[in-house]
Design a protein around this ligand. Sequence first.
Ligand code: DP6
Length: 323
Amino acid sequence: MIKGRVRLSSAKVTAFAPANIALCKYWGKRNTELNLPVTSSLSISMGRLGTETTLSLNENRDVFYLNGVQTDQDSVFSKRTTEYLDLFRPDNSFFSVDTKNNIPTAAGLASSASGFAALAGVLNRLFKMELDKKELSVLARLGSGSACRSVYDGFVEWHAGARDDGMDSYAESLKAAWPELRIGIMTVSEKQKPKGSREAMAQTVKTSFFYRNWPDRVIHDLTAIKEAINGRNFELLGETSESNALAMHAAMIESSPAIFYWLPETIRIFHRVWELRQKLVPVYFTIDAGPNVKLLFLQGIENRIIKEFPDLQIVKPFESENV
Ligand code: DP6
């Protein structure tokens, strides 16, 4: 299906896609081959933080560069990229892929999401497929589930869909801006995670009793987060997002063997956030499958938050100069 729309081009093309942070998480697949999720999810894109990918055809073999360094053919990065390119590859052709992340790779900051969204973007351009955003989202999803949300800026909802072929499982922009919203990235560790999210997700679905409640939880949280966005209710947004992330981790922790991504510093940050809320400072956190924490707050308390967390990297998702 994909190869049918491919037209060869000798050009070198570049595309950027933002990283995204889920406020209502995607955790668990109903189809591992097509990355079809058990539930819908909702994210916010990270402005200028993400992946820039340059793609061209290459003679004889594929070559991949990650942040300027050529990657080993046996690395997970090369293998996943090759597998994805195979979906598009015309007979006897090879690619040169130059991937630049301005976020830590594999540190729970969703670099695979921006990576596959950018890769789908350059393939669309190189082969002049002229896909619209919805189709691009479906293609990005084949590389990594959360990548389907990185096709857009701002708030994004990924509809789980019900079809076996996954053609109704794509993301859409919520078309709601919240210019005062800030995301603060607290990098606790840039080390590779002990267990990748793909494996962790599959294990949770298979062995966690808590996971059985997850689909109902998501229905509740999606409704609350959309209501919060529409009504500019920051407390509802923060409380629901924080609780949703903790519920995902609860299911992982309770799976067997336990998956525990938090480091002592991660937990210290949680406590500092809760202490601030006790003092009526409206700051919340979310956390993906790793030890790094993202804070959620509004512009009005930016100085206060910087004073508390001087190392914070602040993202302004709705401003053009947004980092
Ligand atoms: C915790 O999209 O990386 O960040 O589909 O297997 O590639 P694959 O998983 P991936 O999982 C992201 C999980 C998460 C939550 C989220 O982004 O919604």
